[in-house]
Design a protein around this ligand. Structure first.
Ligand code: FAD
Length: 537
């Protein structure tokens, strides 16, 4: 078979993930089915902040054949076991976790129900997962010696996404991916409207059978050439800008590396803290309609305190939404060119990773791509809305009334219909696993996407709970004190004390003698520099 010619335009994390993954997944076992070229502008910088991931990244790393320790060294990486939310509920210093691991009872898990029937004196996540406790002690999810701490702890990573792209570039080009540093200035089309070739400033003409648009929000192929519409979702997620800064450990080292991402709600959005081996990355995600650039910068500097003095800030504008169709004719938009949801649950790289995996699974070996594009578009739309609902929920359950922004996000028109149907149903019957097998709940909207996938696809997106299932929903719902009044009515106001699952308590008791502090693990295993003051805290 003649190899298919795949041209990727754009070399951010999305472009290089697609190149490295597709090459590793398809050109294997002596087969060579696709010739991959990637052209990347030397002038347009990648979006690169200190970025947090979710555990699914392990799949793509494994298929590419990346060694974890090498990866951590190259991307200044650290472990992430959870997200900690501060001040989301009522701005009185409350905190809750969304951990990656939790304990379940079998065959039917009643841990959530039991917590609802208790006095709720302990946060839900702490009763079913050791990870909030491990995070509070800044412990690594790995041991220094051989693992003997029970079932493995699920984790993801924090990383420098610019280094990640460079690392993937090195791997992919060593395995035959052609790399061109040049600006694409023109896109040629065939008579049927599909893309024939891209032309660069430097005089290159790259012909292809398939093109991936990874040019970020510019979407040079998908939007500028093919005119594929962007479906705006800012009605439900109001934030559209971030101001970022990075605090080198050289300037201020807090004495530990948190093994989790922190998302602290501020006056008009929230600030991430992502610890890397050499610095902490911070970004205040906010809504430009509610706060000026100057005030946002003032607020993030005040949040960080004196260590922020003299550090540069950077503003990044973004838009929440997705391409009406991510795959049109022979062009597929991956990364920011295809979709974006604000980074509250660290799903940006995940969506690019998913698109690469799905494209590999639906790879067009012939010219008739319609059926493959139909399924690909459907899967991407379903997953996008699954994430949108979930992130929307973090905002609309708040009880904060201290600013116009927090009052606005609670208004009914800011809650999307699918999520509203879920919340309404769970106010009649608390969430349970069966709700996530088929999420067509009473009151679910029956309206299709504006341009739903492909001709004849008139169904609304379906939440398959593939990413955020009951574990994730319970963590956020109960972290945000959902069903408090209902529980008083259902179970009475005097209820038994909340208990931590025995297995969780046992694990936590054992943890300090088994798991090293996160920074100690990073120093000993991947050579992180020592900054002094290491340890728990
Ligand atoms: P970019 O990084 O913008 O890359 C675009 C590429 O296209 C560049 O290489 C550029 O040179 C090239 N290009 C542009 N024009 C041309 C041209 N004419 N010719 C040739 N090449 C061209 N995701 C997470 O998973 N976790 C997080 O914590 C997270 N935080 C984020 C915070 C913010 C504020 C934002 C905006 C995003 C965040 N993301 C996060 C998302 C993540 O950054 C992106 O999904 C990821 O970086 C992929 O970006 P990209 O490659 O699509 O685009």
């Amino acid at each position: 078979m003649t190899p298919r010619r795949l041209v990727i335009v754009g070399g951010g994390s999305a472009g290089w993930m697609a190149a490295a993954y597709i090459n590793a997944a398809l050109n294997r076992n002596g087969r060579h089915v696709v010739d991959i070229s990637l052209v990347e502008s030397p002038d347009v910088p990648r979006i690169g902040v200190g970025e947090a991931t979710i555990p699914s990244i392990n799949h793509i790393l494994a298929v590419i054949g990346i060694d974890e320790l090498d990866f951590l060294k190259r991307v200044e990486g650290s472990f992430k076991q959870a997200i900690r939310y501060d001040n989301w509920l009522d701005n009185r210093g409350e905190t809750y976790y969304h951990p990656f691991n939790r304990y379940h009872e079998s065959p039917i898990d009643r841990t959530g129900e039991r917590w609802l029937k208790s006095s709720r004196s302990l946060p839900f996540a702490e009763t079913v997962s050791a990870q909030p406790g491990l995070c509070e002690q800044n412990l690594a999810p790995r041991m220094l010696g051989q693992w003997n701490f029970g079932p493995p702890l699920t984790y993801a990573y924090h990383m420098n996404a610019l280094h990640f792209a460079d690392y993937l570039c090195e791997i992919a080009t060593a395995r035959g991916v052609q790399h061109h540093l040049d600006n694409v200035v023109d896109v040629e089309q065939n008579d049927d409207g599909s893309i024939a070739a891209v032309n660069t400033q430097g005089g290159l003409r790259l012909e292809g059978d398939l093109f991936i648009d990874c040019t970020g929000f510019a979407a040079h192929l998908m939007e500028k050439k093919l005119g594929v519409e962007w479906v705006d979702c800012s009605q439900w997620l109001l934030c559209d800008r971030a101001v970022t800064l990075a605090v080198p450990h050289d300037m201020h080292y807090p004495g530990h590396i948190r093994p989790y991402t922190t998302a602290s709600a501020l006056s008009n959005g929230w600030v991430w803290q992502i610890p890397l081996q050499n610095r902490r990355s911070l970004g205040y995600v906010h809504s430009s309609a509610f706060i000026s650039k100057e005030d946002a910068e003032r607020e993030i500097r005040a949040f960080e305190g004196p260590h922020a003095d003299g550090l540069d800030t950077r503003f990044i504008n973004f838009k929440v939404g997705h391409r009406a169709k991510a795959w049109v004719k022979n062009c597929i938009a991956i990364g920011l060119a295809g979709n974006f949801i604000e980074p509250l649950e660290s799903t940006g790289l995940y969506l690019a990773d998913l698109a690469s995996v799905m494209l590999t699974e639906h790879f067009p070996y012939g010219d008739d791509m319609d059926a493959l594009a139909f399924r690909f578009n459907r899967i991407m739309a379903n997953r996008f809305y699954e994430i949108l609902d979930f992130i929307n929920m973090h905002y609309c359950l708040t009880r904060r009334t201290d600013t116009e922004f927090w009052r606005e996000v609670q208004k009914p028109e800011r809650i999307n219909d699918r999520l509203q149907a879920k919340l309404d149903f769970w106010r009649i019957k608390p969430p349970s696993a069966s709700d996530f097998e088929d999420q067509y709940l009473p009151g679910q909207p029956d309206t299709p996407l504006p341009d739903g996938g492909t001709q004849g696809d008139h169904r609304p997106p379906v939440d398959t709970a593939d990413l955020f299932g009951i574990d994730s929903y319970e963590a956020i719902l109960y972290g945000m004190d959902f069903l408090r009044e209902e529980c008083d009515q259902w179970y009475g106001e005097r209820r038994p004390p909340t208990q931590v699952a025995r297995i969780v308590a046992e694990r936590l008791a054992l943890a300090p003698s088994r798991l090293p502090p996160h920074d100690v693990w990073l120093q000993k295993v991947v050579g992180m520099r020592q900054y002094g003051g290491s340890g728990k805290g």
